[in-house]
Design a protein around this ligand. Structure first.
Ligand code: 6PG
Length: 255
């Protein structure tokens, strides 16, 4: 696991954008495409906006990028809560990505049906019609971008959810208990097959949970973010100084 602390939120987004560009180039070299899962939330939105700007966008071969979502709220795609809408507005509407490379979760469908349909789409993209996710290039995510909730959730894997231990399905429907809404989420099974997973964490409000997830007792049922442990890939925590403020010896990278 690699932990990188940036001095500010802006520096954090710059560091994440650099990683994104590097991962995209490496994946295109290895397999001809970059298969990417994006998360919702306000922190990643800042990264998407930065990536959509000319300087970084020009360094990505968008015609080779395939965009998937780590999770979706069960709402229509035009709903302000939709992760699809957020990613389109912040990033996809501004870069030359072929529309056939956008693989959205259908938040407007019945949640269980949307989950199984999305699993089918992933299995097709990864050429793995049955069985567990494989580690071969082209058969897994090259990058999964995740956020951390103040309650320890990630994607839409909430504390107490059986999805954290799902051993067969790649995508499940989840009722988010506190929010009384349905979500569709990737399971750790498929996330942990990725070549690289990046958590992006910003702000003082996340500090206590970041410390618990990184250095507290291992209890993934209560802290689903702890269930993310790529089995044959890299795990990177990119955080800002405010989020790192409870860690014992946060090392801040140069600004
Ligand atoms: C979502 C997410 C969720 C998010 C975290 C952190 O759809 O909300 O995918 O897991 O990444 O809750 O969100 P913030 O960056 O807004 O704190």
């Amino acid at each position: 696991m690699k932990l990188e602390v940036s001095a500010s939120r802006e520096v954090l987004f710059e560091a994440a954008a650099e990683r994104f560009v590097t991962a995209a180039a490496a994946a295109v070299r290895a397999s001809g495409s970059f298969q990417l899962a994006l998360s919702g939330g306000s922190t990643p939105r800042g990264l998407y906006t930065l990536l959509a700007g000319g300087r970084h966008a020009a360094r990505v071969e968008w015609s080779r990028v395939h965009v998937f979502w780590g999770d979706e709220r069960c709402v229509a795609p035009q709903d302000p809560a939709s992760n699809q809408r957020m990613v389109r507005e912040a990033l996809l509407d501004h870069v030359p990505l072929p529309s056939s490379h956008v693989h959205a979760i259908r938040g407007e469908d019945e949640p269980a049906a949307a989950a199984s349909r999305y699993e089918q789409a992933l299995r097709e993209a990864f050429a793995t019609p049955v069985g567990p996710p494989r580690s071969a290039p082209g058969a897994r995510f090259d990058l999964v971008l995740l956020g951390l909730g103040e309650d320890g959730h990630t994607a839409s894997l909430f504390p107490g959810s059986p999805a954290v231990r799902e051993a067969r399905r790649w995508v499940v429907a989840e009722r988010a208990p506190k929010l009384s809404t349905w979500r569709v989420t990737l399971t750790p099974l498929v996330i942990n097959a990725a070549s690289e997973v990046i958590f992006l964490v910003s702000g003082r409000a996340k500090a206590a949970m970041l410390k618990r997830v990184l250095s507290g007792t291992r209890e993934p049922d209560r802290l689903p973010a702890q269930a993310i442990q790529p089995r044959d890939g890299e795990l990177r925590w990119l955080v800002d100084g405010a989020a790192a403020s409870d860690l014992d010896s946060p090392r801040t990278s140069p600004t």
